[in-house]
Design a protein around this ligand. Sequence first.
Ligand SMILES: Nc1nc2c(ncn2[C@@H]2O[C@H](COP(=O)(O)OP(=O)(O)OP(=O)(O)O)[C@@H](O)[C@H]2O)c(=O)[nH]1
Ligand SMILES: [Mg+2]
Length: 405
Amino acid sequence: MDVDPELNTSKPVEMDLEEPVELFLFSNSKGKEELLDSIEKLNLSDPEGSSSSSVIFKRKPIIIIVVGMAGSGKTTFLQRLVSHTQSSNIRGYVINLDPAVINLPYGANIDIRDTVHYKEVMKEYNLGPNGGILTSLNLFSTRFNEVVSLIERRADQLDYVLVDTPGQIEIFTWSASGAIITEAFASTFPTIITYVVDTPRSSNPVTFMSNMLYACSILYKMRLPLVLAFNKVDVVKHEFALEWMEDFEAFQTALDSDTSYTSTLTRSLSLVLDEFYKNLRSVGVSAVSGVGMDAFFNAIRDSSEDYMKNYRSDLDKRLAEKDTLEEENRVANMERLRKDMEKTKGQTVVLSTGLKDKDSHKKMNEDEEEEEDDEEVDDEDAILFSEEEVEEDEGEDEEVSHFSF
Ligand SMILES: Nc1nc2c(ncn2[C@@H]2O[C@H](COP(=O)(O)OP(=O)(O)OP(=O)(O)O)[C@@H](O)[C@H]2O)c(=O)[nH]1
Ligand SMILES: [Mg+2]
């Protein structure tokens, strides 16, 4: 698989910081109209003029996001998928989202390590390893629309996009950046989650149950089709797992030898999980020997059909709700601006573009003081940043501007 020259580069990329927008308010009505017109054009809540619903959905490529407990074999599985796609003439694209991996056994087209230096993030923000990985992923997710655009441009030449995730599963599955990345993919392409299970380590029924509960929580959190890949079947076959999932009594029998509290709980939980098992596909694979690859890709293809039939409409609904909420916010912002315009009568107002350098803060603070002197302004309606907001935003900017891409 060729490495993508567009993103896979160690060359630092500067963030484009926009200048704050200065707007003059007029007291006469013609000026007001012109002003309102120009405000409409600014599209306050959606500066790029792009809303999620305007994204054109593509049936291809299918995105496969690989998640799983630390050491379950995600990276080795990705390596196996890459070699399988190469030998079967399937056109794939590989993304590594694990900033802490030292040796990657496959050539990633997009590698988070080329954009974010995890050790420097740890040093810079005085973080531990998990905080470092999480912050790196957060920083990367701020530019994830570029990744999606890149794939969109190549969509016709790709069948699958394979995505490796960090070892600590919760960093991806329970973080805001994980949700941003997943939603960015799922709103543009059919997206399937593959949950890699360490089969030998799950042969104990209680461990099996805790692993399944985790998979279940991911299914409900991500609301995308899920394929269970029982990995390492070269060591222990996965038939026991299939039997436990299909036959509730077989699982209860396996628990008989265990009389602890956890076993009683596990017994009750297995009743609940019955419904969950019906909602997923399971395959046995070995990332080392290559067993089960065809079955895995069949499960992915079926899941992608499922995605188109069942999951996509749900996602569309959620995106539409989000759009409605954003529109409401936009209208509220416009109303605040209109009220402020009536009060300030011709004074300079600095609109927040979300990007604030020190000079603009100074200027804003000066403006604020002037305003206080001249006439009373209702604090709630003021467009200028409050001190708290300025402090908060400075923190955010520091994170971006200190960070070397
Ligand atoms: N026998 C066997 N070992 C495997 C298989 N897949 C992975 N392993 C081994 O499991 C260990 C962990 O594999 P990784 O691919 O690094 O697992 P990972 O989930 O990416 O690990 P983290 O990213 O650190 O969470 C390595 O020693 C692999 O060689 C498999 O199918 N069979
Ligand atoms: Mg890994």
